[in-house]
Design a protein around this ligand. Structure first.
Ligand SMILES: [Zn+2]
Length: 371
């Protein structure tokens, strides 16, 4: 297994096209052709993680946070990304990141956080608009099933907890092969009528190239007739944040205790009324306060995220100044540490003969002092 195989898998699972414009997901440093001896999975790349990888004989580090965001002017030993990139190159360790693309998929980081907190019936909180297209392809009846299967296999027709969603309508296709054509049915110069099926399925824009390739491979015609058109509806399979319910309602204070205990933190910041029961809970790993409004609109009793600045805590107050929801800042590291489990478990399942080990290092440089 090479670094390229790892990247290809990550690109299929969490397409880079889903990353935010500011992001820099994917290969950070390394040779794609290198054979993977072993990999360490961490939230952040740090010198301690590199030491750990070396001690384990691993030559790949997979993280959620990318190392390289801003232009680096030199690679030399020293602080910051430049020094880490230098070490990676000098010591022959590859570094691959899956960041906002991994936040954006159904089953991504916020879903892992929801699982950590014990939420059930978890769904996407804020679906992206403009990220899906409708594909309609015209297939002779004899090959409709094969094309339908190929589309589903390539990832067309995924919606929430369903896959292989498609619709078929019978009709008649007409065409006349011209000189030089090598038609699957019909003869050159004669108008042909064929019983065809119009197969349609929704496709994530990021997956369209692989779906079209699979469609062409399974379709018998020289010239495949198909349409791709945009879907304006908000996606239910890609977006940010997640929302679910606790098995039973609990008091606000009990809920905060749950969050602290499950995420391994001793102190949380919050705004809200601890006397009010919590049942419906929205989450977003990392800096997600911008979704607080969506969480309230979705009926959340509590919203757990991180990096909430002082003034944003006012956002949860209603017109009479009463808190409409519990807003919890559970710290960036604690809300995204679940990305290590998500990445390590998914990669280990995809590549059973390669070792993907979660780091044992707490990579967060920030700690909480409890007096
Ligand atoms: Zn983050």
């Amino acid at each position: 297994m090479t670094v390229r195989d790892l990247i290809r898998f990550l690109d299929g699972w969490a397409p880079p096209a889903l990353q935010q414009p500011y992001d820099n997901t994917g290969l950070q440093v390394g040779n794609p052709d290198a054979e993977i001896a072993g990999a360490v999975v961490a939230l952040d790349l740090t010198h301690a993680v590199l030491d750990e990888a070396k001690a384990q004989g691993a030559n790949v580090v997979v993280t959620h946070h990318p190392l390289l965001f801003k232009p680096v002017k030199r690679l030399a030993p020293g602080p910051g990304p430049s020094g880490l990139a230098y070490r990676l190159a000098a010591e022959g360790i590859a570094h691959v990141a899956a960041h906002t693309n991994l936040d954006a998929i159904d089953g991504g980081v916020s879903f892992a956080l929801a699982e950590d907190l014990g939420l059930e019936d978890v769904r996407l909180l804020d679906g992206f608009a403009g990220q899906t297209v409708k594909l309609a392809v015209f297939v002779p009846e004899s090959h409709a099933e094969a094309v339908r299967e190929a589309l589903a296999e390539a990832g067309a027709g995924r919606a929430g907890r369903y896959d292989a969603c498609a619709f078929a309508t019978p009709g008649t296709g007409t065409f006349r092969p011209l000189d030089g054509a090598d038609p699957f049915v019909g003869t050159v110069g004669a108008l042909e009528r064929v019983d065809e099926i119009r197969l349609e399925a929704e496709v994530l824009r990021a997956r369209l190239p692989q779906v079209l390739a699979a469609m062409r491979a399974a379709h018998p015609y020289e010239e495949v007739a198909f349409d791709v058109y945009p879907v304006e509806r908000v996606s239910d399979s890609v977006g940010f944040g997640a929302i679910g319910t606790l098995p039973e309602a609990e008091a606000g204070a009990a809920f905060l205790a749950r969050v602290a205990e499950r995420l391994g933190e001793r102190a949380l910041r919050y705004a809200g009324d601890l006397a009010r029961p919590v049942r419906r809970v929205a989450v977003c790993g990392g800096a997600g306060v911008d979704l607080a409004g969506k969480a309230m609109a979705a009926g959340a009793d509590a919203y757990v995220t991180a990096d909430v600045t002082y003034h944003r805590f006012f956002d949860v107050l209603d017109g009479a100044g009463r808190p409409a929801m519990l807003l919890v800042d559970a710290l960036h590291y604690a809300t995204e540490r679940c990305a290590e489990r998500l990445l390590a478990d998914t990669l280990a399942a995809a590549f059973p003969s390669t070792t993907f080990r979660r780091t044992e290092i707490r990579t967060a440089p920030v700690k909480t002092f409890v007096a």
